[in-house]
Write a protein that binds this ligand. Structure first.
Ligand code: GRF
Length: 187
């Protein structure tokens, strides 16, 4: 099974997935794509010897460039791991039920455009939430709205800062994302 990952930033989830499936007979991460030429994920891929390339907005949302790469790579699953752009319908339509995303909160709360990174954890703390968590869901043409595949919660203490929440969420992502991807591909 072939996995393509889209990322925009640090790429700790991408790296975690690549390592998890390294030497796996059934699943392999064959390509990482990013919209950010300075994304740290590019360095991580170089070290891990995974093909990675960056693209601009025209290549992604206006032209068929990225769609054509995906048509050649023929992924069984497209994984958005910290990818900040909305996935265009013309690409989604070629990969029905094959594009998933991970969101660092318990959707449908704390989702949508602009709700990413620390913004999410700041909002959760500001609202005095007693719990947060991760959501893995199918991607549709709107931010963070596709069918939910998996959620896992973590407790938030009154003393927790947004950074404390971010690290609890990160631990959940590292622990569960590869297992959920593996389950989807082995169904
Ligand atoms: C993660 O919190 C993920 O849930 C969200 O963006 C962040 C990506 O982090 N979509 P990284 O780039 O994988 O380190």
């Amino acid at each position: 099974k072939r996995v393509v990952i889209f990322a925009s930033g640090s790429g700790s989830n991408a790296e975690n997935l690549i390592k998890f499936f390294h030497n796996n007979d059934n699943v392999s991460v064959i390509q990482v794509l990013t919209n950010n030429p300075h994304a740290k994920v590019l360095d991580r891929c170089k070290k891990l010897n995974i093909s990675a390339l960056s693209f601009n907005r025209v290549a992604f949302s206006k032209s068929e460039d990225i769609l054509n790469i995906l048509k050649i790579q023929k992924p069984d699953l497209i994984v958005l791991a910290g990818f900040l752009w909305k996935f265009p319908k013309f690409i989604l339509n070629h990969f029905p039920n094959k594009v998933i995303n991970i969101h660092p909160a318990l959707l449908p709360k704390y989702g949508g455009k602009g709700m990413y990174g620390m913004h999410v954890h700041e909002a959760v703390v500001a609202n005095g939430e007693k719990e947060s968590g991760i959501t893995i869901h199918y991607v549709n043409e709107n931010y963070d709205e596709g069918a939910i595949i998996f959620q896992e919660k973590c407790e938030i203490l009154a003393s927790d800062t947004p950074q404390d929440v971010a690290s609890k969420i990160h631990d959940l992502e590292m622990k569960y994302f590869p297992k959920v991807v593996n389950d989807i591909l082995n169904d």
